[in-house]
Design a protein around this ligand. Structure first.
Ligand SMILES: [Fe+2]
Ligand SMILES: [Fe+2]
Length: 311
């Protein structure tokens, strides 16, 4: 069987987009960012209005929760780049276009809500945050597989779930029920996004199993969080992993494995030589990740024991 072109894939999947768009719209609940922000806690800042400057003592949130909130917000902030990526690849017409715009509108709430919360509660330095946003958005974002439909669908299936887990665990790490409720609300959106993309790739597995398998194996091999271009991301992501907000174990066991199970990748039939090779590669990658996750957990346990012993 000859491989389907990118255009053929888009055309063949359009009815699936239409069905899943209807499903999404019937399940997505309207919500309002302003209802999740404790406005009465806010105070005017210094600058033109002559209020009080931000100081570290303004926030009682744990340091790592603040780090994770900033990473999550900067990730959401880069929405114009993500929109550009999917609008270019999926197009702006028909059911694909309707999804692209609807998804963008929903994502737009996330950055608004989190920024309002952080600013009102003085959780993080608003000057540093704004400077980081400028740097991050000025760099833009490019997906590693931005000219391939199935690779992009595989990537966003994993990425939406990764983002969901990261938001949820960040909420818990703050110890603030208000923030937790806000991030749980955002996480619920990310979950619906994940299901939409996951269903599309499930249809692709029926349509072009070998191409779909290749896409999944390639994406798992070089997966990077969308915020990986944030300044100091390596250091921040280690802190986030040490705190158990998002680590390799969660990436493997709570993101990759459940999505792969939904696609039933180990039982897909009708693969050609490359499809089989891709599936073998995927199995090896999961084994490698298992070892790396266990190694990290051992190191983290040892570190925690050392810190506990040191008081
Ligand atoms: Fe989001
Ligand atoms: Fe999302």
């Amino acid at each position: 069987m000859t491989a389907l072109s990118q255009t053929a894939l888009l055309v063949e999947l359009e009815p699936v987009v239409e069905r899943n768009l209807d499903r999404h719209l019937s399940l997505a609940k309207e919500w309002f960012p302003h209802e999740y922000v404790p406005w009465s806690e806010g105070r005017t800042f210094d600058g033109p209005l002559g209020g009080q400057p931000w100081s570290d003592a303004d926030s009682t949130l744990p340091e790592v929760a603040r780090t994770a909130l900033v990473v999550n917000l900067l990730t959401e902030d880069n929405l114009p780049s993500y929109h550009h990526e999917i609008a270019t690849l999926f197009g702006r017409d028909g059911a694909w276009g309707t999804w692209v715009h609807r998804w963008t509108a929903e994502e737009g709430r996330h950055g608004t809500a989190i920024r309002d919360y952080l600013t009102v509660t003085r959780a993080v330095d608003p000057v540093a945050l704004e400077r980081a946003r400028m740097v991050h958005m000025s760099a833009g974002y490019v997906n590693a597989h931005d000219d391939e439909v199935l690779h992009s669908l595989a990537y966003v299936s994993f990425q939406e779930l990764a983002t969901r887990i990261s938001h949820r665990n960040t909420g818990r790490a703050t110890g603030d029920p208000v923030c937790e409720a806000l991030l749980a609300r955002v996480a619920a959106d990310e979950n619906l996004h994940m299901v939409f993309y996951r269903n599309l790739l499930a249809a692709a597995f029926e349509l072009a199993p070998s191409q779909a398998m290749r896409a999944v194996a390639d994406v798992v091999a070089d997966f990077q969080m969308p915020g990986n271009g944030i300044e100091g991301f390596a250091r921040k992501s280690v802190a986030i992993a040490l705190a158990g907000i998002y680590d390799l174990r969660q990436h493997r066991d709570e993101v990759l494995v459940p999505v792969l199970r939904q696609w039933d990748v180990w039982n897909v039939t009708g693969l050609d030589g490359d499809g089989e090779a891709a599936r073998d590669q995927l199995a090896r990658q999961l084994d490698d990740l298992e070892r790396a996750a266990a190694r990290f957990e051992d190191k983290r346990d040892a570190r925690r024991a050392r810190l506990a012993a040191a008081g």
